[in-house]
Design a protein around this ligand. Structure first.
Ligand code: ZN
Length: 104
């Protein structure tokens, strides 16, 4: 199956994450953005939740580090890898969820 890349589907989210990583000087996370995959939308089922996974792990029982972006996304990092991007239920969240569904 084709990989769904963040840069192709949600370039505006990539730019926002890039700005946050640059500002906080996180080169190891910056390097991951070009090839970062969207593996799945959040399983909560809320149509206005725009959260998505970028790997195949599930969040239960894992300790993550959170990095907040300018407009309030929370990028969760596990073991040095970007794991999940939390976009709380909102109009932005709804639009992100719709875009991911259309990209798939
Ligand atoms: Zn959700």
């Amino acid at each position: 199956m084709e990989k769904l890349l963040l840069k192709d589907c949600l370039p505006e989210v990539l730019e926002e994450m890039k700005a946050a990583f640059e500002q906080k000087e996180m080169p190891k996370l910056l390097k991951q953005l070009e090839t970062l995959e969207i593996t799945e939308v959040c399983e909560c089922g809320d149509a206005s939740c725009g959260s998505f996974y970028t790997d195949h792990l599930r969040r239960d029982n894992i300790e993550v580090e959170g990095i907040r972006t300018e407009s309030g996304f929370l990028v969760e990092v596990y073991n040095g890898r970007i794991h999940y991007v939390e976009v709380m239920p909102s109009e932005t969240g709804r639009s992100i969820r719709e875009k991911i569904t259309m990209c798939k």
